[in-house]
Design a binder for this molecule. Structure first.
Ligand SMILES: Cc1cc2nc3c(=O)[nH]c(=O)nc-3n(C[C@H](O)[C@H](O)[C@H](O)COP(=O)(O)OP(=O)(O)OC[C@H]3O[C@@H](n4cnc5c(N)ncnc54)[C@H](O)[C@@H]3O)c2cc1C
Length: 310
């Protein structure tokens, strides 16, 4: 999005918006990403109600202010220069409820909480998502995929503010998803909530499947150090998962500054303490070069570059 509003004008204008949520200036994004990396957000707002969220989103759209919707920040690398414009954090929009076998979750609800809610009602079908860091909105946007199953496979409908600025309930049938792609990507769209179609199941078995998924992630080192999960997408045409390709070049442990290819998972880059976003990006480019030189193909990033990379 083009940034063409002078900073002071934007800061003054935003104070006039009619919402109760506090407005923060120059909020460090490192506190809002799982990488623990990222410069300041020029303006950072956490709407407290869906109405406030809608008001803020419409305000940004109508005035053509630059905005970025933040879930749990678990799939983004925010630039060291930070984010120009308004970061809208949906964390507080997080209600969850159920009607029969359908679970309704707001965009800011933590995926883990939604899985636990379903499990406590004896509803099966979400276990594969358990221990995935992130929010429902972020998981839908990314079409998050775990243990060979994508979140799009359990959606019934999604409530959005659509590209035309209107509130809509989109039925799964009209939504086109693919591997790690969703109809929400790179569009001026806000995901507000979703309905998931589950099945009745045995509470104990559901919880034991969830626990097994969590254990597997722990064993693979997912939560060992700050990171954003897999850096690169898998591509069937490459014959092996991205992690195996990187590992075949013995790149585990390769580091630039505080950014390091995880010793435990070759497709993860970890922040060993004080990594800069620029170091992570440099390491990503180095891995891409090495893979291209060795195999002739180009790995594609799964993580998103957010903020000012100019
Ligand atoms: C340890 C670890 C393990 C991981 N394992 C997996 C895995 O197994 N599978 C997998 O798919 N991913 C994995 N990830 C990546 C990440 O957890 C997922 O992509 C997650 O779904 C991102 O959700 P989020 O809320 O953090 O989104 P964010 O990172 O905050 O945002 C991601 C994108 O979604 C957009 N967005 C977020 N909310 C909304 C909304 N309400 N409306 C519109 N746009 C929105 C943002 O603008 C951004 O473009 C892992 C990450 C970590 C740290």
């Amino acid at each position: 999005m083009v940034y063409h509003t002078p900073v002071n004008t934007l800061r003054e204008m935003i104070k006039k918006i009619n919402i109760s949520a506090p407005i923060y200036f120059d909020e460090p994004m490192a506190s809002h990403t799982t990488f623990n990396i990222g410069g300041p957000a020029e303006i950072f707002i956490q709407p407290q109600t869906k109405e406030e969220l809608k008001t803020l989103f419409s305000f940004c759209r109508n005035h053509e202010y630059p905005w970025f919707i933040l879930g749990k920040g678990s799939n983004i690398l925010v630039s060291d220069k930070g984010v120009k414009g308004i970061v809208i954090d949906v964390e507080s929009i997080n209600a969850i409820n159920a009607s029969g076998t359908v679970i309704h979750a707001d965009a800011g609800a933590e995926v883990n909480r939604v899985c636990e809610y379903a499990a406590n009602l004896g509803l099966a079908g979400m276990e594969f998502l358990y221990a995935l860091p992130g929010s429902i909105g972020g998981a839908l946007w990314m079409n998050a995929r775990c243990f060979d199953k994508s979140i799009s496979e359990i959606i019934k409908s999604v409530e959005v503010i659509d590209t035309d600025g209107l509130l809509k309930q989109l039925d799964r049938k009209i939504l086109e998803f693919d591997y790690k792609t969703s109809p929400f990507q790179h569009k001026e769209m806000l995901i507000l909530s979703a309905n998931f179609k589950l099945q009745t199941g045995n509470k104990k078995s559901i919880k034991s499947r969830m626990a097994a998924h969590k254990e597997e992630r722990i064993a693979k080192g997912h939560f060992h150090l700050p990171c954003a999960g897999s850096i690169f997408k898998n591509n069937r045409a490459f014959g092996k998962p991205a992690g195996a390709i990187i590992d075949s070049l013995s790149l585990k442990g390769l580091s630039i500054g505080g950014a390091k290819v995880s010793d435990l998972h070759a497709n993860f880059i970890v922040n060993t303490g004080s990594a800069k976003a620029a170091e992570v990006r440099e390491l990503i480019n180095l891995i891409k070069d090495k893979v291209k030189n060795a195999y002739g193909f180009v790995l594609e990033e799964e993580i998103l570059y957010a903020g000012d990379w100019s």
